[in-house]
Design a protein around this ligand. Sequence first.
Ligand SMILES: Cc1ncc(C[n+]2csc(CCOP(=O)(O)OP(=O)(O)O)c2C)c(N)n1
Ligand SMILES: [Mg+2]
Length: 682
Amino acid sequence: MNKFIWTDLDDQAVTAARALAMDSVQKVGNGHPGTAMSLAPMAYLLFQKWINHDPTDPKWHGRDRFVLSNGHSSITLYTQLFLSGYGLELEDLQSFRTWESKTPGHPEFGHTDGVEATTGPLGTGLATAVGMAMDARYVRNLLDANAAADESIFDHKIWVIAGDGCLQEGVTSEASSLAGHQRLGNLVVLYDDNHISIEGDTAVSFTEDVLGRYESYGWNVSHVEMLATGEIDVTSLDLAIASAVEQSDKPTLIRVRNVIGWPAPNLKNTGKIHGSALGDTEVAATKELLGLDPDQAFQISSELLSHTRQVAIRGRESHAQWKKRYSDWSGKNAEAAKLFERLAARELPVNWHQVLPKFEPGTSVATRKASGDTINAMAKALPELWGGSADLGESNLTTIEHGGSFLPVVSQMSGATEGGRIIHYGIREFAMACAMNGMALGGLTRPFAGTFLVFSDFMRGAVRLSALMDLPATYVWTHDSIGLGEDGPTHQPVEHLWALRAIPNLNVIRPADANETVTAWRIVMESNKPSGLCLSRQNLPVIDSAATSDASLVSRGAYVISESSQTPEVILLASGSEVSIALSAQQTLESSGVSTRVVSAPCLEWFDAQDASYRESVLPSNVLARVSVEAGIAQGWWKYVGTAGRCISLEHFGASAGAEKLYAEFGITAEAVVAAAQEILN
Ligand SMILES: Cc1ncc(C[n+]2csc(CCOP(=O)(O)OP(=O)(O)O)c2C)c(N)n1
Ligand SMILES: [Mg+2]
C-alpha cells in the first residue's frame, strides 16, 4: 500500500500546480487554466496516493489506469506527470500547446508517456474508461480466474476525472448505464462539479440530479462538499475515495463540488477562466493570494520537486512487488504466463490462420456469415478475441458460440460468466465503440464490435478516436448497402463508405465474397490496425478465384481478380457485393470483343499504401477506360477512374423493396456497367 501522508509540502505542491497551470496557459496565450487550477488538489491526491503507478515504467501492465475525460484540462495531467517524474520537465510545460511539444492541447495517447487515452471530445474518456474496466475483468478471468477478488496481479483500478461536459454528453449515459449493469467495481469516477462550462453557469442547461441518475444506473455515489473557501475538501475526498476502493461490485461516482479557477479574484467561478489565459494582472493577483511571488513564473523549488517525485520511489516498490507476485504466479501458471507474454507482445500464435474456414466456389454466402464463421474459427485459437454487438448479434453474426455472456455472475442471467467472450452492449453504439477503444488500450485483448453500417454514424466520434490512437479495434459493420432490402432508406447506407474512408488511419474493408472476408479478417488480425469490415446481409456468389484467399494479394487493397483476355482496354473496379456484378459485366464485354480486367478493391487505404509500380500494374495509366461499381455514392472513386472514367453508384437514398429490385431500379447492374464501358470506348 502507498505510504503517502499529506504534509505542508503537499500543500505547497498543490499551490505550485495551480500556478503552473496559469503560467503555462499565460505563456502560450491560450488554453484552459481554470479547471486545472481548481482540480490541482484532486489530481495531486490521486497521483500521489491512490493511483498505483510507476512513473519510471508507464507501460507496466499491473498499473492502474487514469483517464482525464475533461481533456481540455490537459495541463492538470501534464502537471501531475511532471510532479510524479514521468519524464516531463518544466520546459515541457513551458512549451504547452506548441509545435512538437510533449504537451499538446489535449492529451494524446502514444505521444506523451503516462497519457492512457486521447481525450478532448467530451464524454468519450469516461466511456473509454468503462471499456478499460471491462477489459481488466476479462483479462483477469482469462489469465487468473481463480484468484480471489482484488487478489490477482491482473486486478487494477481505472480512475477518471470527468467534468460537467462529460456528464452532459449522451455517451456517458450509455456507458455509465452499461458500467452499472456490469457492476464494474474497478472503476472510480471523480466528477468535477463546478457548475461552470463555457457559457457560464451550467444552470442554463443542466439541472438534473446527477447522483440520483447514477444511483439508478447501479453506481455507488457520494458527494464531497467544498470548503467554505471554495477549495476542494481534500480530507473528505480522501475518505470518499477510500470508501470507493472498498467497493468491488459497483462503479463509483464521487461528485466533488468546487469553484473553477480558485482563487483568481476576478475570474474564478466564471466561464471566462475555463478557456482563456488570465492575463498578467489576474495571474499576479492570484499568485499573491496563493502566497507566491507575483513576479515569477514556473516556480518550483528542487526541494519541492524531489518531494513530489518520491511517488516514483513508492511506485517502483509497488512495481517490484508486482514482479515478485508475477514470478510466483507464472511459476504456478506456466501456460497462462506464456499466453500473457504473447498477448503483451501483440503477437499471434505461429500458423494460427490454419484454423480459418474456406468456402466453395459455386456456393452463395453472405459476407456477414463468412465473418461470423471466421470469428468463431479464430475464437478457438485466439482467446484474446472477444466482442459483441449493440443488440444485433444475430444480424451481425458477431456471437462467439459457447463463449459465455460477459456479465457479472450475480446478475443471474443464463450463460453469464465474468470472463464471457460475448459482450451484450445493448443499443448503445457510441458507448460500444468507446468501450472497445478502452479494451484495445488495455494492451492485451482483441475486441470487435458490431452494428449495421448505417449506424456507424452513431459511433463516428469513437471510430475517429480508434484511428487517432491507432488502436487494434475492429468494427463489424453489416448490412452494408441497399442490398439489405426491405428495411428501406433509414437502414441503407449510401454515403457511409466514403464518410468512413475519409477518416485518416482507418482501414475500411469491403470484401467481395466469403473467402475475401476470411482473408480480410486474417489481415486485420495480423495488422493490429484500426479497421472496419463492411459486410453484406445478402448472399453473394463465392468467386472462383484462388486470389480471394491469398493474403499477399488481398492485403494490397486492390488487385486483379480476373484478368482480361488481351492487354486490357477496359478496367472495372468494384468492392464488396458489386465485384460479382463487375465479373458478369466482364463476360459480356469480353464476348463482344472488349478486353476487360476486373479489379477487386476491398480496401482503398491498403491500395493507396502500395508503391507506385504496384498501383501502376493494377491500374496502368494508359488504360483510361475505367468504370467503378459500388452501391453507394461515387465520391472518391473518381480518383481511381479518372476524368475519362465512369462511376456506377447511388447518389440518393435507397428505398424499401427487395434487393434485386433496388439494384435493377437504381441501375447498379452488369448491363449498366457494360453500357458505361462502351460509352467511354465510343
Ligand atoms: C463533444 C464536445 N463538445 C464540445 C466540446 C468543446 N468544449 C470543450 S470544454 C467545454 C465545456 C465543458 O464544460 P465542463 O466540463 O464543465 O468544463 P469546465 O469548464 O468545468 O472545465 C466544451 C463545450 C468538446 N471538447 N467536446
Ligand atoms: Mg464545469
